[in-house]
Design a protein around this ligand. Structure first.
Ligand code: NA7
Length: 531
């Protein structure tokens, strides 16, 4: 079958791409590995799973009626509510008939003579399309440590991103949880409420800020919706694509009292969450300012966690800048450790050695348990793209091209891979931004490019190598102005053994990024060859 466009992935990105391509009169099909739509929100069903961006922002902005009719129930939506929303969008816009589920793409090869992408699924199905859009997500390939002895473990084990559909009841069980990123931090209070014993194995203490999640009342939701256009407009002009009321002053421009008041306000009064990241204009670039905020956050942990041993383990170390690893946004995480049956273990100093039939063994101790939960994250940003055998011109493989880290032009196109586009992937604001906003920006931009191509009867759209080199250089330069590269984070590929250490996102914000891609479009798609 030959189509105008094939889209890989039916999460937020693939769904919007389908909507826009169909609107433009293209024949299009979405291939999705899961048995349902939703991408990351289909898979991540672990207890307590929620988005760390507020529901009113983490939603499509392309349709005012959709915004009006959908009723979010809480400031931060749960996984199941987001999944219901995505399914609603799919049905409302009659998109389901072009989404093929249970189809994992194995390979995509570019046929140069015919300027067509030839795509095969793992089941051997073959499809061809003029354009291939990779909407494969940033966090879709889970990583689980290769733990010796796990096959002999007599209990059950789970990964946060492959949670059983029917859920898990930990009532009365002894549980060992490995990992303290967002997933582990969100799960901890919920599992603690069921388990007889919860032991959290932590390799790196990360910063976590209170979500102050609240349910919407009919009045508060109505009031928020009345201001929706304004909210979206302010979000578009904010660095992460979400309005967080950024302080425009640096820490040095304020007095000590003003600084503390600002931090307290963001921690509590202003609503918590990622607002902390906008406490000072130089928070992510000035080590002194960052240290001030880190120390403030550490003091908050010490104030909540009564046992000084636990508090010390939970407090991030001085070499981790605040916010340089993705900030966790929690509900009662630290307070959970005040319960006697919940403990935290530093496996950086006492490393995990193996699983045994009865639990987990570290160098010095053994933790008997009935269940092991891995909240150990993902092969982020590049994992999904590299899991497919993608070959461009002259058979060049994306895996080879990206062996030292991902490269792209504008985070949208890859030199040597014509007519292939990546949505919200490496080299764009991606996971550093409100990703739904970034998705809409990318899809709209790609559709404009395709309209231009159609008018000019262009068959081949290819990023030039020198344009890609320039963009990669720019991304590195922007990242090096900040403290982000100082952390061992999944933004840097540091969570995967052997993965190249490269900062993978465009760090300087959504408004600048939009201006740059806009400039390329208005300069006759400078950096692209339209043949
Ligand atoms: P993250 O943020 O990558 O967190 C994974 C956690 O698992 C992190 O604490 C890791 O420690 C830990 N980890 C990973 N491998 C191991 C091993 N081998 N031993 C011990 N601990 C390990 O993934 P999440 O799923 O929590 O969140 C991903 C994103 O989803 C999040 O940022 C939000 O955007 C939503 P480390 O810090 O690497 O030392």
């Amino acid at each position: 079958m030959q189509l105008d466009m094939l889209v890989v992935g039916a999460g937020f990105a693939g769904i919007y791409q389908l909507y826009k391509a169909r609107e433009a009169g293209m024949t299009v099909r979405v291939l999705e590995a899961g048995e349902g739509v939703g991408g990351t929100w289909f898979w991540n069903r672990y207890p307590g799973a929620r988005c760390d961006v507020e529901s009113l922002d983490y939603s499509y902005s392309f349709c005012r009626e959709l915004e009006e009719e959908w009723e979010w129930t809480e400031r931060y939506a749960t996984q199941s509510e987001i999944l219901s929303y995505i399914n609603h969008v799919v049905d409302r816009f009659d998109l389901r008939r072009d989404i093929q589920l249970n189809t994992r793409v194995a390979s995509a090869h570019f046929d140069e003579d015919r300027a067509l992408w030839s795509v095969r699924s793992e089941d051997g199905e073959h499809l061809e399309a003029k354009f291939l859009v990779m909407a494969t997500g940033q966090l879709s390939v889970p990583q689980k440590p290769d733990l010796h002895g796990l096959d002999d473990f007599k209990g059950q084990w789970y990964h946060s991103a492959r949670w059983p559909m029917e859920g898990v009841d930990f009532t009365g069980q002894r549980v060992v949880l490995i990992g303290t990123g967002s997933s582990g931090v969100q799960m901890t209070p919920i599992i603690a409420a069921q388990a007889s014993q919860l032991t959290v194995l932590q390799r790196t203490a990360n910063f976590s800020v209170p979500a102050h999640n609240v349910p919407f009342t009919p009045e508060s939701l109505k009031a928020a919706k009345a201001r929706y256009p304004e909210r979206r407009a302010m979000g578009r002009e904010a660095i992460t694509g979400v309005f967080l009321n950024a302080n425009t002053k640096t820490a040095a421009e304020m007095t000590e009292d003003e600084r503390i008041a600002e931090l307290e306000y963001r921690w509590k009064g202003a609503g918590g969450g990622f607002r902390m990241l906008r406490a000072f204009a130089d928070l992510m670039s000035n080590p002194q300012t960052n240290h001030l905020v880190a120390e403030f956050a550490r003091n908050k942990i010490r104030a909540v966690v009564k046992d000084p041993r636990k508090a010390e383990i939970l407090s991030p170390k001085g070499d981790l800048p605040f916010g340089a690893k993705r900030l966790c946004v929690d509900s009662n995480y630290y307070d959970t450790f005040n319960q006697n049956h919940v403990d935290i273990v530093d496996v950086a100093i006492d490393p995990i050695v193996e699983a045994t039939p009865s639990g987990i063994r570290t160098q010095t101790r053994e933790f008997a348990c009935d269940a092991i939960v891995f909240a150990t994250g993902f092969d982020a940003m590049t994992g999904a793209l590299k899991s497919i055998d993608i070959r461009g011109e002259r058979g060049i493989s994306l895996r080879d091209k990206w062996k030292d880290g991902p490269t792209s032009y504008l985070g949208i196109s890859i030199a040597g891979f014509p007519n292939l586009f990546v949505i919200a992937g490496p080299g764009s604001p991606s996971a550093l931004s409100n990703v739904v906003h970034s998705i809409e920006t990318h899809v709209d931009w790609i559709m404009r490019l395709l309209r231009t191509a159609q008018t000019r009867q262009v068959r081949r759209i290819a990023a030039l190598q020198e344009a890609e080199d320039g963009w990669v250089h720019r991304c590195v330069e922007e990242a090096n102005k900040t403290l982000y590269p100082k952390a061992k984070s999944w933004y840097m590929g540091s969570n995967i053994e052997g993965k190249p250490r490269v900062f993978m996102a465009f760090v300087s914000g959504v408004p600048l990024y939009r201006a740059l891609i806009e400039e390329v479009a208005s300069n006759n798609y400078q950096g692209f060859e339209l043949a």
